[in-house]
Design a protein around this ligand. Structure first.
Ligand SMILES: Nc1ncnc2c1ncn2[C@@H]1O[C@H](COP(=O)(O)OP(=O)(O)O)[C@@H](O)[C@H]1O
Ligand SMILES: [Mg+2]
Length: 237
């Protein structure tokens, strides 16, 4: 679904990603972990074609199409949905409006998303249909941000720290919804700092440190590697 080879990205003269290579095979959930400031959001923005940063080298391919140089809206049309860090829902629009501005009729072979399917996945949003997004709780806004991305009928969903700032009970709800999405043939690139969430959902985990990959393996391999967890994820420090 997604293949990244030797990606370099910079802000001005500061190179933040220095040779990232990774893959998200069809229908899998790949987690990207790493501490704050290590380049996770920069990676997401590079995939989405959002500037800054400037991509200064390497290749990104989605479903065999090279994304290099394509503007963000073309990448969205190619079926890449984005849930940015911090949600960024349209606070003055209500729930339905947030979803319908994003809706896209093109299909990718998977079952298309519409409001009914969103209400089924997120019953809480159905109860809040006419509420302005700015009035929703943090957890509800996160669900709305995910639902908004789904309404574009993505084949690949890029999510940047969706559990950030959520109470444990909401992280649990999020985990269940991501598990549902995983079984729906969607491919997911999940940036997460919540280790147990990533270990539970991911097929493969990558750990980034200072703009490079320092680990890549199964959740079980990561869980068994005390050294990686301590040095690069700050676990048990
Ligand atoms: N718009 C920007 N301009 C300059 N530097 C930035 C910008 N955004 C992020 N950075 C820097 O790039 C590095 C990686 O940031 P980021 O990708 O946001 O990390 P993460 O998402 O892993 O916390 C950090 O050193 C950060 O300060
Ligand atoms: Mg970030």
């Amino acid at each position: 679904m997604l293949r990244i080879h030797d990606l370099h990205s910079s802000y001005g003269l500061a190179e933040v990603l220095s040779g990232i290579s990774m893959e998200v095979p069809d229908g899998t959930l790949v987690a990207v972990m790493g501490r704050n400031g290590m380049g996770k959001t920069t990676l997401c923005r590079s995939i989405m074609g959002l500037a800054p940063p400037v991509v200064s080298g390497g290749e990104i391919e989605c479903n065999g199409t090279a994304l290099g140089g394509l503007p963000a809206y073309r990448r969205a049309q190619l079926g890449i949905g984005y849930v940015p860090q911090g949600r960024h829902v349209f606070t003055s629009l209500n729930v339905v409006e947030n979803l319908t501005v994003a809706a896209r009729s093109e299909e990718n072979g998977n079952e298309p998303w519409d409001l009914d399917r969103v209400w089924e996945l997120f019953p809480r949003l159905a109860e809040r249909k006419t509420h302005r997004a700015g009035q929703l709780s943090g957890g509800e806004q996160q669900m709305l941000a995910i639902a908004r991305a789904l309404m574009t009928n993505p084949g690949l969903l890029v999510m940047d720290e969706p559990s950030e700032g959520l109470a444990p009970v909401l992280v649990e709800t999020l985990a269940e919804r991501l598990h549902d999405l995983k079984s729906s043939a969607l491919s997911i690139l999940l940036v997460e700092q919540n280790l147990s969430l990533a270990l539970r959902l991911a097929d493969v985990v990558y750990v980034v440190e200072n703009g490079g990959i320092v680990f890549h393996g199964t959740p079980a391999e990561l869980d068994g590697s005390e050294e990686i967890k301590r040095r690069h994820l700050g676990v048990g420090v």
